[in-house]
Design a protein around this ligand. Structure first.
Ligand code: SF4
Length: 456
């Protein structure tokens, strides 16, 4: 494999790009500004667990690392957070993850502004709202403080079609805007069922795609060291083994972790910067969860119902996931957790064959179409998390998930007898979000579930 191009000596000395008050200050200011703007304290969720709060601050710190890299003259890459993290870590790639920025823009109440900007740049309102948020953010000239820190003008762009086609088109708009060299990682279809191995020809093809990405990065100033990649794969294997243990605590009744904490904790392995992505922080998460489970601490005092949320949660109103709690119902599992690196099966990862391991595990991920593995995953989650009802939401602008909601519903009903409700909900573009209708749908479903359990 090729090795690196730019020796360290060619980079200027590091400069301090920290914002006043550090990154924690930025996050707090952003929270305060939004709360004031919305006029309702607490609209933007805060983590409940201390260790998760630390993870959230660490994610914001990772945004700032990109500014540091830019100031040092290192090439910044515009890409997707769902491309193999291990390769970017091993090559010290400073990346702007567009899909993470787009999601955060919605969480911070800025989706209407950035979707509008993307549409004014020529995007149809039918394009996925996550991508419109991120493209509006990428192409505009002025951003809020947090996003000014999170965004750096990229030097190269890497696109992919994992898990959906939106990314494969949207990254071209950024490349066009900044006239960037591009590389595209084509991900073949998965085996179509949980536990089935990816075919060898697909693994070989995907390894070649990843090698091409590495060559592209090397040709733009990054360096590659196979030993470092082996270390990263070994880390992911250990981390994902730990996450299996964490997941067992999360299955406990009563539920020990709130929905928002769950999403942050599950996203952290993908987006924490390397220096903060340690085993220690995830071991603390496990220990805090274990303590809660042993003491019987739940997110509601009298848990009556456990829900599984399939489809994009309402990012622009994340607190909605807490709404059922007033009636003793908890969202025990949501689909956002499911997109993270946790789904790289540690049993498929051999650090001595790092690229092949990544390819085998990612192709077999439930997030990889044709989505048979995703349906199997939700059936299993319904059993493992002792789910009473499934909330399946249809985001109009998503090109994948709406198409399998009925299949999910039927598969879960057949395997477990657990009912689902399916309804429209675009919770990313605030202009299309209807909180009252969503709450009415949830209330009606909870009524049915409580009656069904005889617990009304
Ligand atoms: S899977 Fe759906 S919601 Fe997610 S990025 Fe693709 S189109 Fe958007």
């Amino acid at each position: 494999m090729p090795t690196g191009a730019l020796p360290d000596a060619e980079f200027p000395k590091p400069v301090d790009t920290s914002p006043p008050g550090g990154y924690q200050g930025v996050f707090s200011r952003r929270m305060d500004t939004e709360r004031t703007a919305q006029g309702t304290a607490g609209e933007i969720p805060s983590p409940d667990m201390k260790v998760v709060e630390e993870m959230q601050q660490g994610i914001v710190a990772g945004f700032l690392d990109v500014q540091q890299a830019k100031a040092e003259g290192k090439p910044v890459v515009w890409t997707s957070v769902l491309l193999p993290r291990e390769i970017f870590q091993a090559m010290d790639v400073a990346a702007v993850y567009g899909n993470v920025l787009g999601s955060y823009a919605s969480i911070f109440g800025l989706s209407a502004k950035y979707c509008q900007l993307a549409e004014e740049s020529g995007l149809s309102r039918d394009v996925c709202a996550v991508h419109r948020c991120m493209l509006g953010l990428a192409v505009c000239d002025e951003r809020e403080e947090l996003f000014d820190l999170a965004f750096a003008k990229p030097d190269i762009a890497i696109g992919s079609n994992f898990p959906c086609m939106s990314e494969s088109k949207s990254f071209l708009l950024v490349a066009d805007r900044y006239r960037l060299p591009t590389y595209f990682v084509d991900t073949p279809l998965g085996p179509g069922g949980r536990g089935r191995p990816a075919p060898d020809h697909a693994v070989a093809y995907y390894v070649a795609q990843l090698r091409g990405m590495i060559d592209f990065l090397v040709s733009h100033g990054h360096r590659f060291d196979m030993e470092r990649l082996k270390e990263e794969v070994a880390f992911t294997k250990a981390l994902n083994t730990l996450f299996e243990e964490i997941d067992r605590y999360k299955m406990a009744v009563p539920l020990p972790i709130k929905a928002y904490d769950n999403v942050i904790a599950a996203t952290a392995p993908l987006v924490l910067p390397k220096r903060l992505r340690t085993m220690a922080i995830f071991e603390r998460l496990r220990d805090e969860l274990r303590e809660r489970v042993e003491k019987g601490v739940g997110v509601v005092p009298d848990e009556k119902l456990r829900l599984l949320w399939i489809g994009m949660p309402p990012l622009c109103d994340f607190k909605l996931l807490d709404y059922p709690e007033r009636r003793g119902a908890v969202v025990a599992k949501s689909m956002l957790e499911f997109l993270t690196g946790f789904n790289l099966d540690p049993r498929l990862m051999d650090p001595e064959k790092p690229l092949e391991s990544i390819a085998r595990a990612q192709l077999a991920s439930p997030a990889n179409p044709p989505l048979g593995a995703m349906i199997d995953y939700f059936v299993q989650a319904t059993k493992d998390y002792r789910i009473d009802g499934v909330v399946s939401v249809v985001k109009r602008t998503c090109g994948i998930i709406p198409g399998i909601q009925r299949l999910n519903k039927e598969a879960i009903r057949e395997a477990t007898g657990v009912p689902s409700i399916v309804f429209d909900l675009d919770g990313v573009d605030a202009r299309e979000y209807d909180a009252a209708a969503t709450k009415a749908s949830l209330d009606a479903f909870i009524d049915v579930l409580l009656a069904r359990k005889g617990a009304a």
